[in-house]
Design a protein around this ligand. Structure first.
Ligand SMILES: Nc1ncnc2c1ncn2[C@@H]1O[C@H](COP(=O)(O)OP(=O)(O)O)[C@@H](O)[C@H]1O
Ligand SMILES: N[C@@H](CCC(=O)OP(=O)(O)O)C(=O)O
Length: 273
């Protein structure tokens, strides 16, 4: 039982495209419903919840019946703009069925570079939390193209979620992916890979163990999750990387069950063997 995780009051949850879209390209409505149920339940319990979601492009592709991302940035942006509206519509409906209000917050990397922008975002998020509304955050893909430009690999949603956890001073970032946690090697290529239960420091050896994305929808792969974890550790915060195939896992994590990989400087006495 992880007592310090159990005490987390403010929780950021990041859900990746691979948990929101089936391998066949359709939107995974069951997953979105389970996510809405879990986050609404936590909010009703008195926790403060922020959701960072990917999936705008995935949902847009599904709407247009396209099987893969177009290569041009304007096409990707148009698909993200289409998909983001539909994604929010689905979230809004599912959360409403649990009597939970949500709000859309779209961010650009201005929040890193400009303190005034950062403060505006913080004020909005704090106010939404005070009003018992769950902020649902994504990158503003119309304005910022970095995350879709695979050359630079800057600004993906893993990093965004760590930045949001920092600016909201969250106690915990729960990062949901299509894998049970961080392994000694990519399990898709190495069946003998071992799951790390706790990581206290991100070093070069660990970075080398992080490979590319597993699904055709994911963008950052494990390396971008480790970079996000690095940011979290630098801020003395905690992150849990876990499998989002059933987002109700969030409730077990917050109940203190030892699930996935915990990134925390504090030695929680979790055995890696
Ligand atoms: N060392 C590793 N441990 C776990 N997964 C890894 C590792 N190296 C590469 N991966 C791959 O990273 C994938 C998760 O990243 P990604 O596809 O970008 O997910 P998401 O869409 O959730 O952001 C896993 O499915 C796995 O195939
Ligand atoms: N802003 C983009 C995020 C892109 C993406 O695929 O991210 P992720 O699934 O977290 O690797 C979107 O909503 O489609």
């Amino acid at each position: 039982m992880n007592q310090s995780i159990k005490k987390s009051q403010r929780i950021v949850v990041k859900i990746g495209t691979s948990s929101l879209i089936y391998a066949n390209g359709s939107v995974n409505l069951a997953s979105i419903d389970q996510l809405a149920f879990s986050l609404s339940a936590l909010q009703k319990e008195g926790k403060e919840v922020i959701l960072v979601t990917s999936g705008a492009i995935g949902v847009g592709l599904d709407k247009l019946n396209l099987k893969k991302r177009p290569t041009s940035i304007p096409e990707q942006q148009a698909i993200a703009a289409l998909g983001q509206a539909t994604l929010m519509n689905i979230y809004s409906q599912r959360f409403s069925s649990y009597n939970q209000e949500t709000a859309q917050v779209l961010l650009t990397r201005d929040i890193i570079d400009y303190p005034v922008s950062r403060e505006n975002v913080t004020n909005t998020i704090e106010q939404l939390i005070k009003m018992d509304i769950i902020p649902i955050i994504n990158e503003n893909d119309t304005v910022s193209v970095e995350e879709m430009d695979h050359q630079t690999k800057f600004g993906d949603n893993d990093k965004l979620s760590a930045i949001v956890a920092g600016l909201a001073d969250a106690d915990l970032l729960i990062m949901l992916s299509d894998i049970d946690g961080f392994y000694s090697a990519n399990p898709l290529e190495n069946p003998d890979a071992k799951l790390y239960r706790q990581v206290q420091e991100i070093n070069d050896d660990l970075m080398e163990r992080a490979g590319a994305a597993g699904s055709r929808f994911g963008t950052g792969g494990m390396a971008s999750k480790l970079k996000a974890a690095k940011l979290i550790l630098e801020n003395n915060q905690s992150m849990i990387l876990a499998n989002g195939s059933d987002p109700r896992i969030i409730l077990d994590i917050v109940a203190g069950e030892e699930i996935g990989t915990l990134f925390s400087k504090v030695n929680e006495g979790i055995d890696n063997d």
